[in-house]
Write a protein that binds this ligand. Structure first.
Ligand code: ACM
Length: 263
């Protein structure tokens, strides 16, 4: 299976420009599955709820979901992308999975980071996985990485690959994903953005270094901190289905759930 990620400088509020950047990069290589950054179309540093409302979209009826489905059809691929969702008077930092047939999956970020809590409601959907045929995939978004339960839950539900749209600002995630993948024997595609946003008196620099991490924790590719880049690699997702780490240890069977209980 050929998997890919797109790392680029998202321009705040310039949805059309950001989408065109994605299309320009995506058509340079073929892949079965692409992962784009968190909030890939809008940018990150919102300064008011009104602004969130103006840029958020309904899923699946919003223009970004529809355009991503068109892109999937045109380039015969599945795409995971992060975007701001408007639903029943609430706003979520969401990710969607689409393919040639339409919307397949939706995830709403469970663990909101810092000022995201001002604008977004915490996700209200369980971690889920979807079968793309060659691989079962799950989604988590950026700061979800710091809660080991995120990757663990996706792995226990049977994901082979974690699709991980990100707008990372701290320096730890890329190294932490080595452990997330190793402890779950699962692949991860962390698609981060680059660049800086300065809005409403705040400044945020994004760390790039998007990464594809192997099921055994090996970093298959780490992108540069500040360059627009696409990364495409061939993997065998079935390698994530064997949870044995030697003849006597199985990552899932050896868990001591009864002993772990804390209440
Ligand atoms: C983050 O969760 N965007 C840091």
């Amino acid at each position: 299976m050929r998997i890919g990620l797109i790392q680029f400088h998202v321009c705040f509020g310039e949805k059309e420009k950001n989408f065109l950047t994605v299309e320009r990069l995506l058509k340079m290589e073929e892949a079965d599955l692409w992962v784009l950054p968190e909030l890939f179309n809008t940018g990150y540093l919102f300064v008011s709820q009104k602004e969130v409302d103006g840029l958020a979209e309904e899923i699946p009826d919003g223009e970004t979901t529809r355009s991503l489905i068109d892109l999937s059809k045109k380039y015969d691929t599945a795409i995971v992308a992060g975007l701001a969702e408007r639903a029943s008077g609430k706003y979520y930092n969401s990710a969607i999975l689409v393919d040639q047939k339409g919307l397949i999956g939706r995830y709403r970020k469970l663990h909101l980071f810092d000022r995201e809590k001002k604008w977004f409601s915490p996700g209200d959907l369980p971690f889920n996985i979807w079968d793309l045929g060659e691989a079962k995939v799950g989604m988590m978004i950026c700061f979800d990485w710091i809660f080991p339960e995120s990757a663990r839950t996706l792995a226990l539900k049977g994901a082979d690959i974690i699709c991980h749209p990100s707008n990372l600002v701290m320096p730890y995630c890329q190294n932490a994903m080595v452990t997330r993948c190793l402890e779950n024997r699962i692949f991860a595609i962390t698609a981060n953005r680059i660049g800086e946003e300065e809005r409403g008196g705040l400044k945020q620099k994004f760390t790039g270094r998007s990464q594809i991490t192997n099921f055994d924790g090996e970093i298959l590719y780490r992108a540069l901190p500040d360059k627009e880049q696409i990364v495409v690699l061939d993997i065998d997702p079935s390698m994530a289905r064997n949870k044995n780490i030697n003849d006597n240890n199985n990552l899932f069977n050896d868990r001591r759930n009864k002993i772990y209980e804390w209440n």
